[in-house]
Design a protein around this ligand. Sequence first.
Ligand code: AMP
Ligand code: ZN
Length: 606
Amino acid sequence: MWRFNLINTIADQANWIISSDVAIVIADKYPKAQHHYLVLPKAEISSVFNLTREHLPLLEELHLLARNVVEVRGQQWNDFKVGFHAEPSLERVHLHVISQDFVSPCLKRKKHWTSFNTALFVPYEELRDKLQSENSFQRLPPHAYHKLLDSPLQCNQCERICINLPKLKEHLLEHLLNKSDGQQKSVIYTKIETSKDKINIMDVTEKNKIKMDHIKQNIRNELRKKILDKNHILIESDRAVVVKADYPKAQYHFRVVAKEDIEDVTKLTSDHLPLLDHMMELAVQIIGKQDHLPSRNFRIGFKADPFWDRLNMHVISDDFYSLSMKRIKHWNSFNTELFLPFQQAYMMLDSEGAIETLSEVEFQKLKEQTPLHCNQCDFQSPLLLALKAHLFTHWQDKESERRTKKQMEDIVKLLDEAKLEDTAKPEAASSREEHEITASTSQKSMDQNQPVGADANAYHQCGPLVNLMNLQHINNPFRNTPARFGIAAKTHPQPTNSMYAPRPHRAGNPLAYAPRPQQGGNPFRNMPPRPQLGGNRFGPHLNRFGPQSKDMRPMFAAPNQQPRFGPKQPQNQRPRAPNQPQNQRPRGPNQPQNQGTRAPNQSKFQ
Ligand code: AMP
Ligand code: ZN
């Protein structure tokens, strides 16, 4: 009779995995997870309902054997659930020892899941305590039992509730694969392949893979289209375009995309240095347009794993405050060695002629690396959500600082205007008229999609004007602010027409990108003159060894240079030489002695 299946199985010692004087461990014949064992007493006790306080030492022995079998099988105790079924089906009381993955072809019915993942499963400790206090263990009333059998299929490893068992099994397999290394994965696949479950699960994983590839390809195509679609282009030259990032990972996130068909940064050679110069000029331009964020808050560089199969350079603000920042890898791709700062790429190309790639192992490791370190203070957390909440506080601080500054400026402006009105009353009427005319033309051109005259030129060079009052506008950087934070439309200054107007000496030549000297938009306007030797080509904000990037260590180290995974370089490690000029920054560890001599566009940035 099936009720005695277990008793029959233990009758044959060949089925014993381990045993003691009083108990035996066997493998569950229909395992509901990757590891599933049963511990039974040698004494003839038919079920949990026959246990009393008297059996506590025996129970302890069963538990000890449970630990032993996990150890014998080289598994981790913490990965296991150990306990009894509240409504057992087979005779001879037995303790289940089961791994929590629940990936198994034998998991075929909802009951198989609920009997281990609801109150239908009585953990060892619970039964022990019950016997201790009540001297017996009672059956559940039938209605309670049926209610538990009918519980929703909630994953035991996350919040997910699945609509049916196949969906749950697919989901559980994903959890298991995520936790497994390459070799373990292949074992899991082989197991699935040789099992009867083969069709179901293989189908599911195969389908998932195809689905993912399809989605990826679609996004790529979308992005390719975007480079060609003038409506998405913020700045265009003959060699590159600037577009807004589709899934911005910070408040300001742009890509400078090369028109040339270069797959990614690792395909660059020293011949591409002029292209990089040019891309940097476009980056400087787009940063210059972000009127209310100083250039030091931007990072410029390349991702080690460019999803997009066309060379593209990221220009991203360092708040990293965005709804699209959803995964640990999103954070790590900008805040670990997976991000190659422009300056470093440039130096490596210049001195070595190539950029070394990361190995697959290094890449995978960096992608999922935790804890996550805040890029603005010493905070760290293994959880992205915690980091995001933390980043929000930084963002708030900066915002209120900026608002206060803006209010002060407005007050000063108002006072100035009041003074002017007092002193220039006679001409007031005519000048006001003039002002109104300018204002209305400027408003008109901002409202229309296709501006005319000088505005048209500006429009094509710089892209559509950003209406910061309109939170829905595609170019509004605050578009990504979560609504629940209650951040209302910002009252930042509207970009003025003059800001977008072509520079007089460049008018009519949209391909010239020298920053405007001493103009509001030039992010380098306050920079001291660049030193000739040993200095960085770009401002301090771009210096990866400076405070903006203290958590980052050099990646892509050119051969014979600093080891990639060496100890962190402490900040300010190289003190300034006594005769070194004040404004010369300490040399970064990877920077060769005479690096500073090659700076073709140096004068432009002064
Ligand atoms: P329960 O619902 O607690 O009585 O569970 C009985 C367990 O015994 C189930 O997990 C079955 O997969 C397992 N089982 C059934 N028949 C055998 C057998 N002949 N040998 C080993 N395990 C078995
Ligand atoms: Zn889950």
